[in-house]
Design a protein around this ligand. Structure first.
Ligand SMILES: *Cc1c(COP(=O)(O)O)cnc(C)c1O
Length: 395
């Protein structure tokens, strides 16, 4: 079948929840993707901040193939070696104490919410605890994750949400304070907001929130699903500020393409929240997913991914800033590390389509922002190539 025929088939069979770009991607290699007609694309999306190591990494592929020949799945009623190794490594790189593996980011958020509610329930026996989340946040599409997502447009048709959620503004400590009361059990935020517009949390704000949480025994939950796993040049974005969460979520680049996430917590929360029977998942942390995590974390170290992010992101920022100076309709650049956005004063859909035509894959964050979340192994030459194609596409 030809590419257009496949697209027509897809539109007949798949639920229409995405307006997809008119291309069937077939192969990936390094930072390039190829469609089924052989056209080559420089990829600055990496499957939405997922493929940190680039496509077709031989060591990663070999590790998965070896695990497939051993065992793919066993269920969580038994121990398996990849899950034990992955949990150990994840503890080391995060500084957190305990791990629960999930199948997705949204599911990690669900677990984090349950842990926080259980923690508060065990303290006072009541069941009307509140969570403060942020406006413009994005935490996923399941009902719990949607309930804490600060974008009414995503929520409206699916009301009622889970109850007792309040929304404050990121980097506005007073707005957080105004929402705190005796029922507050957790404050949830993305250390760098992704979908909501590439807004990094400021150090002073994080420190004040941390202090408030300590004083009132409120749990700080940091969603590191997009900004974690090295994207900002730190394994987890909060590590730059030393503001440690009580519960943290991670996913996206964690398995570099194998669907897996996790929520992690401190020993104190672990000892005072979820116990046997409280939470579970059939697939979560199965041997295949965990073999991926182990290899990803090993390769991050071996390929000095964090150093590369620090170096190349500084260069990317410089080059994007030049575009801000040059083009009137680009208002500013915002983000952290290899998680950047060009904020425009008009919708960017046409630019992204034009870039695709010109062999560059980009994505938006909201209607007016072009987002850059490439593989973490990109080079300065890749940045130059991207800028040159983007320049041709700025219509
Ligand atoms: C993508 C994302 C999620 C949801 O992850 P899924 O794997 O799509 O369920 C949650 N939080 C943030 C910050 C994200 O970027």
């Amino acid at each position: 079948m030809k590419m257009q025929e496949y697209i027509d088939e897809a539109e007949k069979a798949l639920l229409h929840t995405y307006n997809r770009y008119q291309v069937v991607l077939e192969k990936g290699d390094g930072v390039y993707l190829y469609d089924m007609e052989g056209k080559k694309y420089l990829d600055f999306v990496s499957g939405i901040a997922v493929f940190a190591l680039g496509y077709n990494n031989k060591e990663y592929n070999d590790a998965l193939k070896a695990q497939i020949d051993n065992v793919i799945h066993t269920s969580n009623y038994y121990y398996n070696i990849p899950a034990i190794e992955a949990a150990k490594k994840l503890k080391e790189v995060s500084g957190m104490d305990r791990v629960f593996f999930t199948n997705s980011g949204a599911e990690a958020i669900e677990g984090a919410i349950k842990a926080a509610r259980k923690y508060a329930y065990l303290k006072d026996g009541t069941t009307d605890h509140e969570i403060i989340a942020m406006n413009h946040s994005f935490h996923g599409r399941t009902m719990g994750a949607l309930s804490v997502t600060g974008n009414p447009h995503y929520r409206e048709a699916f009301e009622p949400m889970i109850g007792n959620i309040r929304f404050a503004d990121l980097n506005d400590f007073d707005s957080v304070l105004a929402n705190v009361n005796d029922k507050t059990c957790a404050i949830l935020l993305e250390t760098v907001q992704g979908e909501g517009g590439l807004y990094p949390a400021e150090e002073e704000f994080l420190q004040k929130v941390r202090k408030l949480c300590d004083e009132k025994d409120i749990l700080l939950i940091l969603d590191e699903i997009q900004c974690g796993m090295g994207r900002t040049g730190y394994m987890y974005a909060w590590q730059k500020f030393g503001v440690k969460p009580d519960i943290m979520t991670t996913a996206k680049a964690l398995g570099c393409g194998v669907p897996v996430g996790a929520f992690l917590m401190t020993e104190k929360v672990a000892q005072n929240s979820l116990v046997a029977g409280d939470h579970g998942t059939t697939y979560g942390g199965n041997p295949l997913a965990c073999a991926a995590i182990c290899k990803v974390l090993e390769l991050f170290e071996k390929e000095k991914v964090l150093d590369n992010v620090k170096e190349v992101s500084a260069y990317l920022e410089e080059q994007l800033d030049k575009l801000v100076d040059e083009f009137d309709f680009i208002e500013t650049r915002r983000g952290a590390g290899l998680m950047q956005g060009l904020v425009c004063n008009k919708p960017v859909g046409e630019i992204i389509n034009k870039a695709l035509e010109n062999g560059l894959i980009l994505i938006n964050a909201g209607p007016n922002i072009i987002r850059f979340v490439p593989a973490l192994v990109i080079t300065k030459e890749n940045v130059d190539e991207m800028i040159s194609i983007l320049r041709k596409s700025l219509v």
